[in-house]
Each structure stands twice: as C-alpha cells, then as structure tokens.
Design a protein around this ligand. Structure first.
Ligand code: SAM
Length: 279
C-alpha cells in the first residue's frame, strides 16, 4: 500500500483521480477547488500518522472513501446562497469541510466531540484560508438545547456517526422548520431508514429523497437520505449526553401500536403522534 508520499508523481495521480471521480458523481470542480482538496488530502495523510483521524489506507483510498464520498451529497444541497450548514460529528471534516471548498458561499459549523480532531480542523481551515467556517467542540446533545443553536440551521449533514434514529435525534432539534437533514449512509442505509422512519416522524421530519449509488473506483454501496423538517421537534429532544446512542429511539418507538415504552411517558408520546409503544 502507498502511504503518505507527497511526491509530484503521487500528487499528479490523485489529481487525475479527483477529476475522474468528480465527473462520475456529477460534480464539476474548478482548478482552485482541486488544489484545495489535494492540499487537504496531503495534510490529512501527514497528520493521520500522529493522530488517528481516519482509518489507515492508501492516498487513493482516502481520496475516494472520504473526499469523493463527501462530495456525493453536493447535488442535494439547496441552490440558495449563504445558507447555514451544520455538520454533526464531522471528524476530520467529512462532509462539511469538503462541501465548504466547493460551495464557498455556505456558512459552515463543524460540530465534533473530540478535541484533537478539532485541532486538526483548525489547522486545515487556516492552511486553506477558508472564511465562514466555525468549529464547535462539544456534543450534539448539548448544542441541541443551547440558545442560538436550537433550530438555528437551514441544513444539517451527518456522515458515518451512528444509526439514523440516533443522528436524527441530534439533527432535528438543531434544524429550522423547512430545513433539510442529509444523512450519508453505507450499505445499511435502507435498513436503517425502515427502522428509523418512526423516530424521524416523532422528531418532526419527513422523507424528501433517497439517493443510492456505488462509490466510483470500487463497489461500495452508498445511500443518502434527505429529510425535510415539517414540525418543531418536541423539546425533550435530544435526550441527555450519551442517551440517544445508548437507547436509540427506534428501539423504543414503533410506528404502529403494538407495545409500550420504557423511558418516555405514554401521554407525551401520544401528543407527539406516536401510535405504538414498545416494552
Ligand atoms: N463524519 C466523519 C466522517 O465521515 O469521516 C467522522 C465519522 S467518525 C466515525 C464519528 C465522529 O462523530 C467522531 O469523530 C466522534 O467524535 C463524533 N461524534 C460522535 N458522537 C458525537 C456527538 N454526540 N456529538 C458530537 N460529535 C460526536
């Protein structure tokens, strides 16, 4: 495997790959954006040796699996300029920071619990001289109840963080009514959708679009789920730190009433429009 060589030859190869794969996913990319992405890739590979940012892989695989995959949701972004986007659990900046490169007009907030990943994000933002990007070091459960953040975004994105019902509990409280939530998922995306759609409804969301595709240069299946927020999210969400992941909503709520619930009271649930409860 070819790790971390920033030779001119390797750069040329990744530049060719970037153009080819962008074309395959229907993303047009200019010279400046190409240069910024390749600089970001090179820096990520360099830092990945010291702090674990993404799984170790060749330069080519990191370009495909993280940068190209992040770009794949760009066709679903609103065409309006200057929207406010939040990326929940951005890690090393996927997809939020990559989207910022190809849509410089968008205001981007990168939410990440890990301090060392936030340090890396700060480094990339200053290296690439990106304006209109802010790092939020903390947990989604906290920001979901914080003034200035609750219902503060027109667009929320989330890639490879947790089950759809868990990330929906993070995302919908932060999204404005009328806003869009884009969840980037792997091969289990459709299964998660079936399991999590009841939770999405409880949180005020409705499915807008599903995009299924194969990642260029390989065979990996990807699913992008886009939801519109139609109603205000009930104020008890998100639950406390760690609770959404420990007790995911889809394990507590079912769309058609068969059972009853452990953590939420029945009255509240019926007010929220949940028909069935699970034991
Ligand atoms: N989205 C990135 C990507 O696609 O490469 C990172 C994925 S990584 C598997 C998941 C990230 O989500 C981790 O960096 C973790 O620290 C962050 N995370 C998990 N739960 C979180 C929460 N409740 N609030 C904020 N960040 C969280």
């Amino acid at each position: 495997m070819e790790f971390s060589h920033s030779s001119a030859l390797e750069n040329k190869k990744q530049s060719t790959n970037l153009c080819k794969w962008c074309e395959e996913i229907g993303v047009s990319i200019g010279e400046k954006e190409k240069r910024l992405i390749l600089e970001y890739l090179e820096e990520l590979i360099k830092y990945n040796w010291r702090i674990n940012l993404v799984a170790k892989a060749s330069d080519e695989q990191i370009l495909r699996k993280h940068f190209i995959d992040s770009l794949a949701c760009s066709s679903l972004l609103p065409k309006e300029r200057y929207v406010h986007l939040l990326d929940i659990g951005t890690g090393a900046g996927f997809p939020g920071l990559v989207l910022k490169i190809i849509r410089p007009d968008i205001f981007v907030h990168l939410l990440e619990a890990s301090r060392k990943k936030c340090f890396f994000l700060g480094h990339i933002i200053s290296l690439l001289k990106l304006d209109g990007v802010k790092i939020l070091n903390g947990r989604a459960e906290h920001f979901g109840h914080s003034d200035g953040y609750t219902e503060g975004y027109e667009l929320v994105v989330c890639r490879a963080v947790a089950h759809l019902s868990v990330i929906s509990e993070y995302a919908f409280p932060l999204l404005q009514v009328g806003g869009l939530f884009i969840a980037q998922k792997g091969p289990a995306g459709m299964k998660e959708f079936e399991e999590g759609k009841g939770a999405v409804k409880v949180l005020g969301g409705k499915l807008k679009e599903i995009k299924e595709f194969v990642l260029p240069g390989g065979r990996e299946k990807r699913v992008i789920l886009a939801f519109r927020k139609e109603r205000v999210t009930p104020s008890e969400y998100p639950r406390g730190n760690g609770v959404p992941a420990r007790k995911p909503l889809h394990t507590l709520i079912v769309p058609r009433g068969t059972m009853h619930i452990r953590t939420l009271d029945k009255k509240k649930l019926s007010k929220m429009g949940v028909v069935g409860h699970k034991t």
